[in-house]
Design a protein around this ligand. Sequence first.
Ligand SMILES: Nc1nc2c(c(=O)[nH]1)N[C@H]1C(S)=C(S)[C@@H](COP(=O)(O)OP(=O)(O)OC[C@H]3O[C@@H](n4cnc5c(=O)[nH]c(N)nc54)[C@H](O)[C@@H]3O)O[C@H]1N2
Ligand SMILES: Nc1nc2c(c(=O)[nH]1)N[C@H]1C(S)=C(S)[C@@H](COP(=O)(O)OP(=O)(O)OC[C@H]3O[C@@H](n4cnc5c(=O)[nH]c(N)nc54)[C@H](O)[C@@H]3O)O[C@H]1N2
Ligand code: SF4
Ligand SMILES: [Mo]
Length: 814
Amino acid sequence: MAEQATHGFTRRSFIKGAAVLTATGALVGCSPQTQNLEKAEPQKEAPETQIFSGVCRGNCAGGCFLNVHVRDGQVVRTSMREMPDPQYNRICMKGLSHPYRIYSDERLKYPLRRAGERGSDEWERISWDEALDEIAEKWNGYVKEFGPTSVGLFTGSGNYGLVNGMSVGGVTSRFLAASGIAYLNQTVDAAANFATSRLLGMGYYSTGNEPADMMNAKTILIWGANPAISQIQNMHFLMEARDNGTKLIAIDPMFSQTAARSDEWVPVKPGTDGALAFGMMNYIVEQGWHDLDFLREHSVAACLVKEADGKFLRQADLDGSQPSADDAKNAATSLVMGKDGTPGIVGEVADPELEGSYEVEGIKVSTAYQLLLDRIAEYPVSKAAEITGVSEDLIKDVAEQYARNTPSSIYTFFGIDHYWNGHWSQGCLATLAVITGNVGKAGAFCGFQECLGSGLGNAVLASPEGAPGQAAKYNAPFLTKAFDEGEYAGQPFNLKMAMFSHTNAVTNMADRNDTLSWMNRCEFLVGADMLMTDTMRYCDIVLPVAHWFEKEDVFMSYATHPFALLQEKAIEPAFESRADIDIFNDLADRIGCGDLFKITTEEYLEQVFQTKQAQAMGADLATLREKKAVRQAGKEGEAYVYGEGGVFATTSKLAELYVENPVGSNPYTEGWDLAKEHLAYWEPALQVGDESRREKYPIQLLSEHSRFRTHTQWFEADMLKEIDTEPFIKLSPADAAAYGIAEGDRVKAYNELGSVVLTAQINSGLPEGMATCPKGWEAGEFIEGSFTELFTKEGNPFCSNQAYFDCTVAIEKL
Ligand SMILES: Nc1nc2c(c(=O)[nH]1)N[C@H]1C(S)=C(S)[C@@H](COP(=O)(O)OP(=O)(O)OC[C@H]3O[C@@H](n4cnc5c(=O)[nH]c(N)nc54)[C@H](O)[C@@H]3O)O[C@H]1N2
Ligand SMILES: Nc1nc2c(c(=O)[nH]1)N[C@H]1C(S)=C(S)[C@@H](COP(=O)(O)OP(=O)(O)OC[C@H]3O[C@@H](n4cnc5c(=O)[nH]c(N)nc54)[C@H](O)[C@@H]3O)O[C@H]1N2
Ligand code: SF4
Ligand SMILES: [Mo]
């Protein structure tokens, strides 16, 4: 029986864990936790320290470049490594704590088979062959009997490396494509990009301007983001820009750490940002501060929309023919109205009409811009003020600064995304940017100030030639419904087995009890992780995965810097852990897709550097191996700008503030209401915006991203836990007084879905009716229950997403 220490860290479990370490002898005397200073032999000669290049690559969006210091085959410390452009030199406490992760007692050491009830944490140690054979036997059996949709792979955001990670083109996407099974989609962070991308075309992992470009903006609205905590590497650009005269305006319901460092704070009511953007647009248009040239030349504003079906008018309509399938998808083939009353193709008519409704050969049309103006007219500043709680004067002031003190950027992350109405509000922000021409220029962007989201792996690993591709995509929030109904969005549903890799789904999905309930309806669960997480604890077989420094990789995806970075293999995988790519290679052989899937790290890296994108970077693998860091886009001193010159990556190359063919991500298409999807639109949030719910569950419970963790990652780094001792619920002084709660009291927060007990802190940055709790704590770390029980999985009927912030609870003092 192999013991795994649990993180409900009792002294007994610590001793048990230590005993296992002693028994294996593998790391005794070298890890920060097992070091026994009294007994250590003085070292006669200090062993030589080797330094490897490393990348910190969880989901904090940082991708910091690290030195990994290795002595005698052990990582002894990490330090910041110089980037080719020193503006991007960064490391944080987490980056400095990797040795505590590598040598943590929570590390999974061997393959394990469940030996008690699911979740009971009782295990038996098995060999890799036993584990993989058993997984393959189940897998092959289910696929044979029930077809490929009976096995699913669930991935999260654990590692953005291209070889061993889960970013587009990473090992998990190649495996999905080659094995042809179902993809279990966590549906997280899926509203903001969905909305902005529809208008500006930057893809799911949105590519923004390079972070250094913030220095070029005169005004930055920090809107639904808290970079002081959640993009800490970007914060210095904001601070330097501010020193340089850039006006920083934080739009946030709470006085966040970022708001505290901004010039102005706009306390908006949660979930009402779309209405605020509408109010600003209303005032901007009234004052004539919008950019008519930009709208005409770089957007679909002048395109004529048919009243009958909401589609753009094309020459084919006038000929009585059907537009070709390609034309029907491309706004660039639509007609605009010339000043002489003759329609012509967009881009070919000089100075087309932007406003108005017309009849062209009996067909009633309006310009897209006219439709937008009609929508904007529904939100006079007074109405926006009433909805958002922001005064009329402040709305006008922010609108004026944004539209006139330009170039302006909207720095946003996921603070708006995490509401049920997130994609609508976010679409309003992007529309505001387009109508003022604040996109596609130095200092102007709306979205994430980060670079090259999807990376180069796309072309190579994602889908090997001849691969069947994933058999189905199941969005996690609908799995319980699918089990209940035996079908998923009208298709037969028969999931029997799920594999969890790069995810801590149990702790991170909304409605923890729901996640556990659908997991328990699967007959067989497999997990692959570095650590014994709450998710691994419920699996039937658990596979130990190598830490980031124990496997070679290239990082060129989700980061707040523009560099491709090399992760050298600095040490051997600890215990019996293995690199993801090796695990998936062996599994692929056993389930019969080895021919399609199999690839070595070396082959993969070579293929990446043969792609056109890599060649455009002007670097090959040898150069990356030599320099360890290569710029992917932009130049030093000339930051990369997305959509430069107003040429966007949409099909039409235009900013599509009217979406002709909206396609939702919610698979239940009967809930789609296209009337809400063509243009900027807003309606209130689900729980937070529901006054009657508030009578029973009056307090909004917001999740804070923690400085000490990236989601659940680093929970195992004991050193950080000495600083960040327990998850607190932070209450506003007004609510604390109303409930008689003092700092340090125990508080229960609950709603119809579950409950949690934790310690209170009082925080005067919070408005009445809003509480926050740091996310990423495992159930055993709470006094009782778990914070992630409380969040609804109910998503928007058009855009599937987890609305973590759209949550209200009742609280009581215990
Ligand atoms: N209540 C609430 N819940 C939330 C949120 C919230 O605001 N409130 N926020 C949500 C958001 S924005 C996100 S993005 C999600 C994140 O959810 P997850 O993606 O589940 O986040 P992590 O906790 O980082 O879990 C990643 C797991 O991958 C493992 N891992 C790391 N590296 C590797 C590797 O190389 N190989 C393998 N196989 N595994 C590896 C880690 O040990 C960890 O267990 O959480 C969401 N959950
Ligand atoms: N240290 C650390 N960094 C991280 C992560 C982590 O776990 N730890 N996680 C990473 C991930 S996956 C993500 S998704 C990002 C998230 O990046 P951010 O979105 O920047 O993260 P949050 O800290 O959630 O900040 C959201 C802000 O929006 C505000 N907000 C809440 N509701 C509303 C609203 O209705 N309107 C407006 N205007 N603002 C609102 C909140 O008060 C908060 O200040 O962080 C990434 N970076
Ligand atoms: S956790 Fe994020 S900010 Fe900290 S070192 Fe790692 S990548 Fe950088
Ligand atoms: Mo996220």
